[in-house]
Design a protein around this ligand. Structure first.
Ligand SMILES: [Zn+2]
Length: 62
């Protein structure tokens, strides 16, 4: 797929998914904790990436 508009839309969709997961986690009270091990996330890391879902140990490479 080389259509730049389609790629932009896909990027927005991916971000939207991450926002929705963050909102769900906020409602469930698991926001700011690693979704894999439950460890509290570093507040500094959340400042950099408010949508972070995992601690450094379980973070997926981007
Ligand atoms: Zn973890």
């Amino acid at each position: 797929m080389s259509d730049p508009i389609a790629e932009s839309i896909e990027t927005v969709g991916t971000t939207l998914d991450a926002v929705e997961r963050a909102l769900t986690r906020l409602r469930e009270g698991t926001y700011r904790t690693c979704s894999t091990c439950g460890a509290p996330l570093d507040p500094d890391a959340l400042d950099v990436d408010p949508l972070a879902e995992r601690c450094p140990v379980h973070a997926e490479p981007r």
